[in-house]
Design a protein around this ligand. Structure first.
Ligand code: PMV
Length: 321
């Protein structure tokens, strides 16, 4: 009862921030993302009657108990469904540097869900995998699919799942991550999603999301970066305003984050079509077309405060190995 799966992280153009139901990770709004080809996780799961407890390694190292408990809770959902009580050994490897501040939970829970389902002999549709992956980490619902992906918020466990909008080769975009800090985040996204309700700007952001979503859909369909870019910047900023105005406030930016935002504005004014988005951390994701990637990478590398650069294209969804 062993299986192995590989999945990519994803970068959201319209973000998921705020939960309606924390037990099922039912979000407050639809979100849209691109699955990444360079930031990926491979996970092998083996269920065995000889194990007394679930075991977890990440990049060859035994994981901390909090991570093990989270994986165990997720495996319980799959065990319950299969009617199999056995514990599992889980080995997981990331292709991107750990501690680079990249959200790895989407790739991790997409790969874990797919591998565990196959190991348990469950024959699940991609939609069922997306719904289950969502329980581990909301954004993992999107990483089941490759390319450009839409997560329907829905209103309950049955209606909240992701769907593909376009395959990876539909549009050759790049996500160039300028890593400025490598610390672990002080507040988990699970906690942040619960705090969103305390922000007086939550309603304003959700109203803006409703206006941006159809534009983002059209921009992806028409491969129009001048339409997509302003939408992804507007939503990243609105999400961070909600974070900053929550009680207690969540402030993920570093001084370098602001410096990069200003650099992107200056490069664009100079004719280079590149836009930024920012997840729950200080690192800045620069989104551009493949044809402009080398110029953007050269400019980012020239900034002395950027510690490293990770370049991803649009990648496949979950793949069984
Ligand atoms: O899936 P979570 O709970 O780690 O939340 C992801 C939150 C953001 O990365 C900030 C936004 C998103 O939609 O990916």
């Amino acid at each position: 009862m062993r299986a192995r799966a590989n999945a990519g992280a994803n970068i959201a153009f319209i973000k998921y921030w705020g939960v309606r139901d924390p037990e099922f990770n039912i979000p407050l709004n639809d979100s849209v993302s691109m699955t990444l080809d360079a930031a990926r996780t491979t996970t092998e799961v083996e269920f065995s009657p000889r194990l007394d407890a679930d075991e977890l390694t990440i990049n060859g190292q035994p994981a901390f108990s909090a991570a093990r408990a989270r994986v165990s809770r997720h495996l319980d959902l799959l065990r319950e469904r299969a009617g199999v009580p056995w514990r599992a050994r889980v080995d997981s490897w990331n292709t991107f540097p750990m501690g680079a501040g990249l959200a790895s939970s989407a790739a991790a829970f997409a790969a874990l869900t797919a591998a565990a389902a196959v190991a348990l002999g469950l024959r699940l549709s991609e939609r069922e995998l997306s719904r289950l992956a969502r329980r581990g980490s909301g954004s993992a619902a999107r990483s089941i699919y490759g390319g450009y992906v839409w997560w329907h918020a829905g209103h309950d466990d049955a209606s909240s799942f992701a769907e593909p909008l376009a395959p990876p080769d539909h549009w050759d975009l790049r996500d160039i991550v300028a890593v400025v800090a490598e610390e672990e985040k002080a507040v988990s996204s699970a906690e942040g999603h619960r705090l969103a309700h305390t922000s007086p700007f939550l309603e304003a952001r959700l109203a803006q999301v409703e206006r941006l979503l159809p534009r983002v859909r059209r921009a992806i369909q028409q491969r129009d970066l001048t339409l997509l870019g302003p939408c992804l910047e507007a939503d990243a900023l609105a999400m961070h305003f909600v974070m900053m105005s929550s009680t207690p406030p969540l402030f993920y930016w570093a001084p370098e984050t602001v410096a990069l935002i200003k650099a992107v504005h200056a490069w664009r004014d100079g004719g280079l079509p590149v836009y930024f988005t920012i997840d729950a951390g200080p690192n800045v994701h620069l989104i551009c077309e493949a044809a402009d990637a080398e110029r953007v990478i050269a400019r980012v590398r020239a900034l002395d405060y950027v510690r490293s650069v990770i370049v991803s294209g649009s990648g496949e969804g979950v793949v069984l190995e």
